[in-house]
Design a protein around this ligand. Structure first.
Ligand code: DC
Length: 227
């Protein structure tokens, strides 16, 4: 059976990761959360007091970082390890969200991440979500989705997720953080968030999660079996 790569890009908190996870599981593909990679780099930079404006310090730090995705046997979900340490929970916290866009705009960081991501998708059978997957990482991906949703709806979803992790953040603060990240992600010079020309735009504001998954599964299966 033909194997494809699926690129899912879009704004923060549109439901990209949760959708991509299920689609990958249904197809027996690997799921790669590229946002987790930028978050783990941010965590390392914060912990090691790396100055975001010092290219030499950044280059040296990147050489010391090893990122790996390892499946958790209990929930079958892949979790990110930073130099051998499981940081999956830590990187979801608000203090990381507040700085990750700045780190993700650093050219050296992006080039390093994109090269790693391209290696992961070389043999196909990957569902990858992020901001530049359809444009920079896999410009030849067989299926590209660009997800959008109303910012208030995204913020409400994000607030609920944070609350489930015992972080209570006011809605206006979550909205501000999303808008700030959207702005930086869209306006940076290297790998800005853009809809790839041949991507399908999916507005998830008023559709259910199951509908979202069904739409992408339908497209993936028709690509695998019919094209
Ligand atoms: O998807 P996320 O919210 O976990 O992503 C965290 C940040 O990383 C987000 O602000 C943008 C950045 N990012 C990126 O620049 N490129 C990617 N491929 C994935 C994420």
């Amino acid at each position: 059976m033909k194997k494809i790569n699926i690129a899912i890009d879009g704004f923060s908190s549109c439901g990209k990761s949760s959708t991509a996870k299920i689609v990958a599981k249904n197809l027996g593909y690997s799921y790669i959360d590229t946002g987790a990679m930028y978050r783990a780099i941010t965590l390392y930079f914060i912990e090691h007091y790396i100055n975001f404006n010092d290219p030499k310090a950044i280059k040296d730090a990147l050489a010391k970082i090893e990122l790996r995705f390892i499946p958790n046997a209990q929930n079958n979900q892949s979790e990110i390890f930073l130099n051998g340490l499981n940081v999956e929970k830590e990187i979801r916290k608000m203090y990381i969200a507040e700085q990750v866009s700045e780190v993700a705009a650093i050219v050296e960081v992006r080039r390093n991440m994109v090269a790693q991501q391209q290696r992961m998708g070389k043999r196909k059978g990957v569902v990858m979500d992020g901001r530049d997957i359809g444009t920079m990482v896999f410009p030849d991906a067989e299926l590209k989705i660009f997800m959008t949703a109303d910012v208030r709806i995204r913020a409400e979803r994000r607030q609920k997720e944070l609350l489930e992790k015992n972080e209570m953040i006011e809605l206006h603060k979550v909205i501000e953080n999303l808008q700030h990240r959207d702005h930086i992600d869209t306006n940076r010079s290297e790998g800005p968030l853009r809809k790839a020309q041949n991507a399908l735009e999916l507005d998830t504001s008023y559709i259910t999660f199951d509908e979202q998954v069904d739409i992408i599964m339908g497209m993936a299966l028709s690509n695998i079996y019919l094209d």
